[in-house]
Design a protein around this ligand. Structure first.
Ligand code: 13P
Ligand code: SF4
Length: 343
């Protein structure tokens, strides 16, 4: 393994005061989120946001936040928000000295791989992922032995150790493009079996898959969609490719989280059902007044480990820092760089 066993970091207990100065400095931010954060919650969030934004300037730090982070993080302290592909690209391009990853552990590892000389802070080391936990480097070596000379395309939702055994990485936003870029008739696509199904249905390349699943997206079903459509008029259904195939088939559109957001912003449907992690509806709702979001709650417990007080503490203490064994990092970085080179 590239890292010690994850330990959850408890929330700092000291509550910061909501002074008139803090209120004045955070008013513009509250205007952006007032539709999704009730006024009685703001005095708890505003002092943390204010302190984090000051610490970022002092440390020359940026916060990279995934689309599944809660609105107070996404709209309050994030410098860059996006899907896994955008975060990987932006991590590779930033000039900041310190990156705080508001997301899960594999995302912080990806940022460290593309920025070996920078400090990458992970506010809670226990923020894992069921897909990343579904496979080890030894599993990939066994697959390679079973399918010699078949290239391995690995979803970024994996540990650095698994990436190191892979030929190239992909995200949900570029998986088809990456598979086709290899110019072969067969690839191993791991670890998400549903993302592999999604790719297999959209390419002539034969896909060998693994049995990993996202614990959030695997719970949605085609029956859920039919029930929603039966009960709600003019409903547009948008799903993530980590959902089971019957969900994708019953949806109007499927794509990465960034593609889902772009679709909603472009189409402005009257009512939309986003089949993905629940904070994403809150984050886009703050930017798309007039669109009504149905909210079947698919909460990712790993994403929810990241909170404002933990981000503040990470910037105060410059801990916990993500480190990767250099022997693993050099091979894992090659797989990420190969992906980033495909445009
Ligand atoms: P994307 O944001 O790349 O679509 O990934 C979704 C996800 O589940 C990340 O954990
Ligand atoms: Fe992993 Fe699913 Fe959570 Fe994303 S939503 S971090 S894929 S468990």
């Amino acid at each position: 393994m590239s890292l010690a066993a994850p330990q959850s970091d408890a929330e700092p207990v000291a509550r910061l005061p909501f002074t008139p100065e803090v209120e004045a400095r955070t008013t513009a931010i509250y205007e952006r989120v007032k539709h999704v954060i009730p006024p009685f919650d703001w005095p708890g969030f505003a002092p943390e946001i204010d302190a984090i934004n000051r610490l970022k300037r002092e440390r020359n730090a940026i916060v990279l936040a995934h689309n599944y982070q809660t609105p107070e993080i996404y709209h309050g302290v994030a410098d860059i928000v996006g899907d896994s592909l955008a975060l990987a690209r932006m991590a590779a391009e930033t000039d900041a000295a310190v990156i705080v990853q508001a997301g899960v552990h594999f995302m912080a590892e990806t940022s460290k791989l593309t920025n070996p000389e920078k400090t990458v802070l992970m506010p809670d080391m226990a923020a894992g992922c069921s897909l990343a936990a579904s496979i080890t480097g030894a599993d990939v070596r066994a697959l390679r032995a079973a399918y010699p000379s078949v290239p391995v395309v690995t979803y970024v939702n994996t540990s650095a150790e698994v990436k190191a055994e892979s030929d190239i990485c992909c995200t949900s936003g570029n998986a088809i493009q990456i598979v086709e870029s290899l110019g072969v008739d067969r690839v191993i696509c791991l670890p998400d079996e549903y993302l592999a199904d999604y790719v297999a249905q959209r390419t002539s390349v034969k896909i060998i898959k693994w049995r990993g699943r996202c614990e959030v997206h695997e719970r949605f079903s085609g029956d859920d969609i039919r029930q929603y459509r039966g009960a709600i008029d003019k409903l547009v259904v948008v799903a993530h490719p980590e959902c089971p195939p019957d969900v994708i088939d019953a949806s109007d559109f499927a794509g990465s989280t960034a593609e889902m957001i772009a679709y909603v912003k472009a189409k402005r449907p009257e009512r939309v059902l986003l089949l993905t992690e629940c904070s994403m509806s809150d984050n886009i709702a703050a930017e798309t007044p007039g669109v009504e979001f149905m909210r079947p709650c698919g909460l990712c417990p790993h994403m929810k480990r990241i909170t404002l007080p933990k981000i503040r503490r990470a910037l105060e203490t410059m801990q916990p820092e993500v480190t990767i064994d250099p022997r693993i990092a050099v091979r894992a970085r090659a797989a990420v760089d190969r992906m980033l080179a495909v445009r």
